[in-house]
Write a protein of this length. Structure first.
Lengths: 420, 873
């Protein structure tokens, strides 16, 4: 019998051509890898996932009030080079990683235009971490770079499911707090979404993107086989009276630990920044005053500082601020080495401001710090802790600041109207 | 010479080599010395009834080959050559061709009509030989013209219509042709050869009849005449040609079919049930074509919905379903003996099953209740024809209906199908295995809540498949297909793919021994076995199959070495060796990808030296070309080894070069270009020592007119890969690469955008060029971005041109937007000058921000941020 018409494929003839499939797979992989390489060069912070092997043992984790402290002597370098970072191994990974989170300063006085330029949100207590989803898996890393969880999720490319829109290799990075009691990641910022960096976007845009994008993915769905943990967005408020009140005394489904403030116009800046602030009091946090290594609140304020080779003790700010010093004898006696983090107690009566700078006077060495601790305290934290013990910045002060701003605003606004 | 050419033409067909060679030489000499006279002599030879048929035949062939060639460059050369022949000689040639149509020798008439059509294909678009149609029609409509002249003339009209495009003929010419053709078809025409030539000419002329089909009176008349011809009693050939016309009308003039559908149904049903096979096949083809047309229209309806442009869709298949399906089911019972030995066989049963498959895809669920009673009635009958037809019917309707509709049937049918794998008749086993494969391909969804294959029935399925893979070769091949699709279901299924782990080793063993079978009358079996092996490896659950896959890797390496050591004597041996190496390198590629992306990476790294050695030996088996599959595998290997690939470069480089310069097998060239990209990403700037060579070849490739154009866009993308890898060290190539990109951009702006293939090509080109710019901008960004300033302006202009031309697709737009962002990223404040007097980029970005494609939207958002940043700096 004659063969079938040219274009008609008999139904029983095998449709598979594995060679064609291999070609296509190779082409697709090449295209993916090309766009990967280009995106890496575009500094999309996409290298975070490929940062070498994970540490074998998970370091001990400190409670959040220390983890989220504004600190980090390595912070401040924001012109990261992810291409190079992708090749880092071992401890370098953790150090590189530690530099990537935006760390709020402690609020020691109220910034101007709080209600116009700022957002406020009730901060969940828990472990601050970066969550990265890519290539069918999701990984959360703590601030010290160690892996908290590796799991499937509904985040883009966060699980090996068939439903993948877009290249599997594109990354998403969220700034989260993992809240143990309900095993939920509370998302406080969005750093990268489907391969596109939001580092250079304003907080206003990032929060808008966060709220509109996260809900599209089903990441807030209850846990299931391909979605181990739930992701919730923390309610973000305009920092006006209503917003401040809602975040301060409103009910939230998690244990609250103070308030976070974000300047609307600020980009996501790795390291310490005064454009994000943390504030707390006894009403909105269980951990206002720092605890010592035994978990007790000491009678005298204690601070953690880094020992420099000149014997000075410095904060983790960039540049570091020296708050005092130890004598060579004491250093020799206690077996301390340069770079060690030491816990010191301050005597209130010795502490004073000299020429606008804090001087802690005579320092009393308490001991070396917990091994897993990576960073000294920041200057703003020392100040905040000091104020908390003596003359705290109260919620009333924040409210008053907003009220005074809004009254000025109103008069200005009505002026303009009359002129118009 | 006129006297001698007969002798030369005869001698050129002599069995004696010496005589033949001498004659060919003298013909060639004549052709080169005086082409016009040569062509004229040939046409005279062809027209002269006194000459022997052999010399006339060869004269016709040489004439045809002097006017047309498959290769487009050669065809253009021949066209120009004909155009430049002296008009008076061309006139004489054409006259003698027309004269030949009246020859009493059928073969000469036939050859002449083909040559006339070739001349027409050159002259009519140039508005020459405008009286050709008139002269032909004069012949055809002469009342007392001999039948054979009419027949030859109608045949010529058909060929002319086939050769020229509809816009090249005037409407009155078309009308006259159709009138003559239709007149030739009517029963008033006594000569059946004339009627056959007329209906075949109509088939070719249908493309020209747009206006005639728009007019109801003319359309009715044409349809009426074709319908009459379809029931003509004279010959099956005439009826077959009439049904071929219906097939063409179904796809060209679907919009006008509605009033004729009842008649067409009756005609096709009668033909399918009672006419000769060649006619019945065309009648089935009518419905297959209609189903395809309606599927396409369904897609268009969805796509064009928002544009508010109505697409006519009459749901003919749906409306005819209750009569159509039983008609098709009957054909399934008309199998031929031994048809299972050849899957490409085309007979009533195969055409019917194929049509039933298309109908199912068109109407979905509705087909199921119409087919299942037939399946149930026949599946257990004593006659194998009934059992095979029942299974074939079931297998044919598995694509189209919903998984929900089919799953219960699949579930209850499994056991029966598995037992039918032991049917005494091999046709039944063949079709059963094929049906199982279709079930796995189309209905099996392991990720769904209630998959048809589950832990309960999987052991039984595997037992049967592993047994039946040892059946006769054609059944074994279908079993491979079933295993292929069963495995494919678990691709990306995560832990669900653990289900196959217990069988992993035994399936691999069975496939390897199937590949080794010596009773392979079926050439596809070995390939199917290895290709199935690939899929089984790809879809396995990596954490549990690592060790077995690592062992398989060693086994495959061993097999490749065996092929290298094979005794190769004949070219047939060589081809077999090469085919087998292709299959084995394919398996290696899949294993590299599988293990390289998982915990098994160290296995690949350990075996990398060994594999590279094997690939180099495979390359060594050929002298002039490189092996495509080995090349693909090397690309995958480079990605896994990363910078360590550097140590292979000195050995591998010459083969890479060979691949990059392989113009004849452009797929090989294209894959080699891709591998350069893989190596760039693996080596970064360590690729520098090889870049002088690579860049030189790539630049030459771009200017090579013989190289298949599809390779050129990837070459531009590859420039981007190299630039990104080298960073600032790309500077020495920039003065050569950038002008290529600029001239290619300009070429893109001037290409014909009415041709779909061309538009596709232009878009690939644009993407390639944008990717090249992106790679360079990013590569120079950190150290020497000023070097890109002179080229950035033409990039921005190109982006603007692409934006303003609306033929680009989303992928191009995305690449354009990304390149725009890269300009801002790399050049920073220097961008201000480039964007100073233009605002197109704002429109472009705003348009993209409204896109439904989220990646495009987000690329635009990213680019927007960078541009704002740069403009404010």
């Amino acid at each position: 019998m004659a063969p079938p018409p040219d274009h008609r494929r008999p139904i029983k003839r095998a449709a598979i051509s594995d060679q064609q499939r291999r070609r296509e797979v190779a082409l697709r992989l090449q295209a993916d890898r090309r766009s990967d390489a280009q995106n890496r060069a575009r500094q999309l912070a996409s290298s975070v996932l490929s940062l070498g092997p994970e540490p074998e043992t998970e370091p001990e984790v400190e409670p959040e009030q220390e983890m989220s402290d504004a600190s980090g002597q390595l912070a401040g370098r924001t012109d990261l080079d992810p291409v190079r970072a992708a090749r880092l191994r071992g401890p370098e990974v953790r150090r590189w990683f530690a530099r990537q989170l935006m760390l709020p300063e402690w609020m020691v006085d109220v910034p101007p235009s709080l209600d116009r330029d700022w957002y406020v949100l009730p901060r969940p207590s828990g472990k601050r971490c970066f969550v990265v989803s890519s290539n069918g898996t999701t990984i959360s890393r703590l601030r010290n770079g160690s892996i908290l969880h590796r799991f499937p999720s509904n985040l883009p490319n966060g699980a090996r499911t068939k439903d993948v829109s877009g290249p599997a290799s594109s990354y998403s990075i969220l700034d989260c707090i993992f809240h143990e009691p309900d095993e939920t990641y509370y998302v406080i910022d969005m750093v990268c979404w489907r391969g596109y960096s939001l580092y250079d976007c304003t907080a206003e845009f990032r929060f808008f993107w966060l709220n509109s994008k996260l809900s599209e993915t089903g990441a807030s769905d209850p846990p299931s086989q391909y979605h181990r943990y739930r992701f919730n967005v923390v309610q973000i408020y305009e920092c006006n009276l209503a917003g401040l009140q809602a975040s301060y005394s409103g009910q939230v489904p998690y244990v609250k630990d103070g308030l976070l403030f974000f300047n609307k116009h600020a980009h996501y800046q790795a390291g310490n920044t005064p454009l994000a602030l943390v504030w707390k009091d006894n009403v909105c946090s269980q951990y206002v005053l720092d605890t010592d290594s035994k978990g007790q609140i000491p009678s005298q304020q204690q601070v953690v500082l880094e020992l420099q080779n000149d014997g000075n003790l410095t904060t983790s700010d960039d540049p570091p601020v020296a708050l005092g010093s130890l004598s060579r004898d004491l250093i020799a006696q206690s077996g301390l080495r340069v770079g060690n983090l030491v816990r010191v107690a301050i005597r209130d009566d010795y502490m004073r401001l000299v020429d606008g700078k804090l001087d802690l006077g005579k320092l009393q060495l308490v001991g070396k710090t917990n091994h897993s601790r990576a960073f000294a305290d920041t200057y703003s934290k020392v100040l905040f802790q000091h104020a908390a013990r003596h003359a705290p910045l109260r919620i009333e002060d924040l409210v008053a600041s907003i009220q005074s701003i809004s009254s000025t605003d109103k008069s200005q606004a009505s002026d303009v109207e009359m002129e118009g | 010479m006129a006297m001698e050419i007969t002798q030369a033409l005869l001698a050129a067909q002599s069995p004696d080599t010496q005589t033949r060679t001498a004659a060919e030489a003298s013909l060639k000499q004549f052709q080169e010395q005086n082409l016009p006279q040569f062509l004229l002599s040939l046409s005279v030879e062809l027209s002269n009834d006194q000459k022997p048929p052999e010399s006339r035949r060869l004269a016709g062939i040489i004439l045809k080959n002097s006017l047309d060639a498959k290769d487009s460059a050669r065809k253009e050369y021949l066209t120009q050559q004909w155009v430049s022949v002296d008009p008076s000689i061309k006139f004489q040639i054409k006259e003698s061709l027309l004269r030949t149509l009246g020859s009493s020798v059928a073969e000469a008439r036939h050859t002449s009509s083909q040559v006339i059509a070739k001349v027409a294909s050159i002259e009519i678009p140039r508005k020459e030989w405008q009286d050709l149609i008139g002269k032909l029609l004069g012949n055809a409509t002469q009342t007392f013209a001999p039948g054979f002249l009419k027949q030859a003339t109608l045949e010529t009209l058909g060929y002319v219509c086939e050769e020229v495009a509809p816009q090249d003929l005037e409407q009155d010419q078309v009308n006259a042709i159709l009138t003559a053709v239709v007149q030739g078809m009517t029963s008033a025409e006594p000569n059946s050869d004339v009627r056959l030539a007329a209906i075949r000419a109509l088939y070719n002329a249908l493309d020209f009849a747009q206006q005639n089909f728009e007019n109801p009176v003319e359309r009715n008349f044409i349809m009426k005449v074709v319908c009459e011809t379809a029931v003509s009693k004279e010959s099956a050939e005439i009826r077959q040609a009439a049904f071929e016309c219906f097939v063409a009308i179904a796809s060209i003039y679907y919009d006008y079919l509605e009033p004729y559908m009842q008649t067409l149904f009756n005609l096709t049903a009668e033909a399918v049930r009672g006419d000769e096979e060649q006619v019945a096949l065309q009648a089935i083809e009518f419905w297959s074509t209609l189903a395809e047309e309606e599927m396409e229209r369904q897609d268009d309806c969805v796509a064009l919905d928002e544009l508010n442009s109505p697409v006519l869709h009459f749901h003919f298949i749906d409306k005819a379903l209750e009569s159509l399906v039983p008609m098709l089911l009957e054909t399934l019972l008309k199998q031929e003996e031994d048809q299972d030995q050849d899957d490409t066989v085309w007979n009533l049963s195969m055409a019917g099953g194929t049509c039933l498959g298309l109908v199912s895809k068109t109407v979905g669920d509705k087909v199921v209740p119409l087919v299942m009673p037939f399946v149930e009635r026949n599946i257990a009958k004593a006659d194998w024809h009934s059992r095979e037809a029942a299974t074939f019917a079931f297998g044919s309707i598995l694509e189209g209906p919903s998984v929900e509709k089919l799953s219960p049937l699949a579930r209850s049918g499994f056991e029966f199908l598995l037992s039918a794998m032991k049917d005494q008749n091999s046709h039944v086993r063949d079709t059963t295995a094929w049906t199982l494969g279709r079930l796995f391909e189309l209905v099996h969804r392991p990720a769904s809540g209630d998959p048809i294959v589950n832990e309960k029935n999987l052991p039984g399925i595997m037992t049967v498949l592993l047994e039946s893979i040892r059946d006769v070769p054609n059944v074994a091949e279908k079993v491979c297909g079933a295993l292929y699709f069963l495995a494919q279901g678990y691709e990306d299924a995560g832990p669900a793919s653990k289900a196959l782990t217990p069988y992993y080793e035994s399936v691999i063993a069975a496939l390897l021994s199937t590949a080794d079978r010596v009773d392979v009358s079926n050439v596809r079996l070995r390939a199917s076995a290895y290709e199935t092996l690939n899929e089984v490896v790809r879809c396995s659950y990596a954490p549990e199959t690592l060790n077995t896959t690592a062992q398989l890797l060693q086994e495959i390496i061993r097999r490749v070495i065996q092929t290298v050591e094979l005794q190769v004597v004949s070219s047939d041996d060589k081809e077999k060796q090469s085919d087998l190496q292709a299959l084995l390198c394919g398996v290696l590629q899949v294993i590299i990808q599988k293990l390289g992306s998982s915990e098994g990476k160290s296995v690949i790294l350990q075996a990398a030296d060994q594999m590279m050695m094997v690939f180099l030996r495979v390359f060594g088996c050929r002298s002039s070309t490189v092996h495509e599959e080995a090349m693909l595998a090397i690309g995958a290997l480079a990605y896994v080894t990363g910078a360590d690939f550097a140590k292979y470069m000195s050995e591998f480089y010459r083969f890479l070069e060979m691949g990059l310069t392989n113009f004849e097998e452009y797929q090989v060239c294209s894959i080699s270009v891709g591998v350069v990209g893989d190596i760039c990403r693996a080596l970064d700037d360590k690729i520098l020592p090889y870049c002088d060579g690579i860049m030189t070849i790539l630049l030459k490739d771009l200017s090579n007119a013989m190289l298949n154009r599809s390779v050129k866009p990837p070459i531009f993308s590859c420039f981007g890969d190299i630039a990104l890898a080298l960073g600032e060290k790309f500077d020495k190539y920039l003065p050569y690469a950038a002008p290529m990109m600029q001239s290619a951009s300009e070429m893109c702006m001037h290409l014909d955008t009415t041709d779909d293939d061309m538009v596709e090509y232009i878009n690939q080109m644009r993407r390639g060029i944008f990717e090249a710019y992106s790679g360079m901008l990013q590569g120079f960004k950190n150290s020497n971005s000023e070097i890109m300033i002179p080229y950035a302006r033409s990039l921005v202009q190109f982006i603007e041109a692409v934006f303003k031309d609306n033929s680009s697709d989303d992928l191009v737009t995305k690449a354009a937007v990304a390149a725009l962002g890269d300009v801002a990223d790399a050049l920073g404040g220097d961008v201000k000058v480039l964007l100073a007097n233009t605002s197109f980029y704002n429109e472009l970005l705003s348009e993209c921000l409204l896109s439904e494609d989220y990646t495009l939207k987000e690329t635009a958002e990213w680019a927007h941020t960078l541009i704002q940043h740069a403009l404010q700096s």
